[in-house]
Write a protein that binds this ligand. Structure first.
Ligand SMILES: Nc1ncnc2c1ncn2[C@@H]1O[C@H](COP(=O)(O)OP(=O)(O)OP(=O)(O)O)[C@@H](O)[C@H]1O
Ligand SMILES: [Mg+2]
Length: 200
């Protein structure tokens, strides 16, 4: 059983806009990139797999179960295109919030890997978008989830920090996480094990 299995999954928001029937699989330890022009349905696909909306047709399993339900973060973590951080909390609090067992050394290491040490105690609404985006990734990565769904993880990063993000994605894959990454960034695609293109 693949960590992610998608069979002819579709969701149309309007007669012409949404996700056309799409099939793919992603194994544990694999980083799969989903590409396609703006509006091709990448974020819709991730929202379906995160259980945030229901498909029109087709089926999917994520870590062996249909999307939705009460999937623990350690099984399926999601970094949406709009980052959904708790803005009233600090960077460190957002990361710690995602863990069930507080391991200060692991939090510290995560802050270091994602170049967030300087901002760790700053409120999320007082840091840059790139820093917020790396915080959102840290919050997901801290639990080494079985499946990680990531939408445009380098969209707010400079070239150097895009490399930082890519290294973190590869580290997660090396640890056994199945990663489904929507991106327009050629550097992210180049780091993937496989790339699928959403046509339309
Ligand atoms: N909640 C919604 N209601 C109506 N239409 C929607 C909704 N969400 C997405 N759409 C439409 O569905 C299509 C696919 O959107 P989606 O966000 O999945 O694309 P995307 O491939 O992620 O694009 P981008 O590269 O710009 O992030 C778009 O035409 C979009 O306008
Ligand atoms: Mg999108």
């Amino acid at each position: 059983m693949n960590a992610i299995e998608v069979r002819e999954l579709s969701k149309m928001w309007t007669p012409s806009a949404g996700l056309q029937p799409t099939s793919l699989t992603c194994a544990a330890g694999e980083m799969l990139v989903v590409r396609g022009r703006s509006g091709s349905g990448k974020s819709t696909l991730l929202a379906l797999l995160a259980g945030l909306c229901a498909p029109d047709s087709g089926s999917a399993t994520v870590d062996g179960l249909p999307p939705g339900g009460d999937m623990p973060w350690a099984r399926v973590a999601f970094v949406p295109q709009v980052l959904a951080l708790a803005v009233e909390l600090s960077v460190r609090e957002n990361i710690v919030d995602a863990t069930t067992t507080l391991d200060p050394a692991a939090v510290r290491a995560s802050l270091e890997r994602l170049d967030l040490v300087e901002f760790a105690n700053r409120c999320v609404d007082e840091i840059s978008m790139g820093q917020q985006q790396r915080t959102a990734l840290a919050r997901a990565a801290i639990v080494q989830p079985r499946v990680l769904l990531v939408d445009e993880p380098t969209s707010f990063q400079d070239g150097g920090h895009a490399g930082t993000v890519i290294e973190e994605l590869r580290r997660l894959a090396a640890g056994g996480t199945a990663l489904l990454v929507a991106t327009h960034d050629e550097a992210v695609s180049a780091a993937a094990d496989r790339v699928v293109e959403l046509s339309r």
